[in-house]
Design a protein around this ligand. Structure first.
Ligand code: PNS
Length: 192
């Protein structure tokens, strides 16, 4: 009986619409969380969220969307390489990439949590829509929203790229190795 959750918890999480059976006693297994995104490039806001996720969950898989329609600054392989360097000190963090439906990929990796960062209220509408759609597709996968440190609340990959390409200073907004890779990439693009 040690692993049986209190009845009050069953009442809170049980939802007949979702047809999830929360009433069965079950073994508590390690929680695998998935942090999906474009990460083009990784910012200090992403990194802050990864650090928080790595503390909260047993395993964290940071996974890059392979999106043929977008024209990224860095290829998926380059982004994965940068991510692996910046998470090298976190033994429970893995870097991967995916295509297709996020929830199907989550299931294939045994992830039960989707981790997403919320900066301002403007993020919330889009994130809520995605979270509810993902829940409809696979009710057993739970979305968890987390806030990065408020110092990073205005940072986005898009703005980091824009500021950098226009000659602005991005120190403190992205890891130094990302800044160096951007200098190489944007420098070589502007010479073409
Ligand atoms: O960093 P981003 O670009 O905001 O990440 C968006 C991402 C990758 C989480 C989202 O586009 C996604 O999940 N794409 C996979 C396709 C999918 O499952 N779509 C339905 C989501 S409701």
């Amino acid at each position: 009986m040690g692993l049986r959750r209190p009845a009050v918890f069953d009442r809170i999480v049980s939802n007949p619409v979702e047809n999830v059976n929360n009433h069965q006693p079950h073994e508590i297994s390690p929680t695998v969380a998935l942090y999906p995104g474009s990460f083009d490039p990784i910012t200090n806001g992403h990194l802050d969220l990864i650090q928080r996720g790595a503390r909260l969950f047993d395993r964290l898989i940071v996974s890059i969307l392979r999106n043929e329609r977008k024209e990224p600054l860095f290829s998926v392989e380059e982004r994965a390489e940068m991510l692996r360097e910046v998470v090298a000190d976190y033994p429970n963090v893995e870097v991967d990439s995916f295509d297709g439906l996020l929830v199907d990929y989550a299931a294939s990796r045994s992830a039960t949590v989707l981790l997403r960062g919320i900066r301002a209220i403007s993020d919330y509408e889009y994130e809520l829509q995605m979270a509810l759609m993902n829940r409809r597709l696979r009710p057993e996968v739970e979305t968890v929203f987390m806030m990065a440190n408020e110092a990073y609340s205005f940072i986005s990959s898009r703005l980091v790229k824009e500021v950098f390409s226009l000659g602005g200073n991005i120190a403190g907004l992205a890891p130094p190795l990302v800044e160096a890779r951007m200098r190489e990439r944007i420098g070589s693009l502007s010479k073409k």
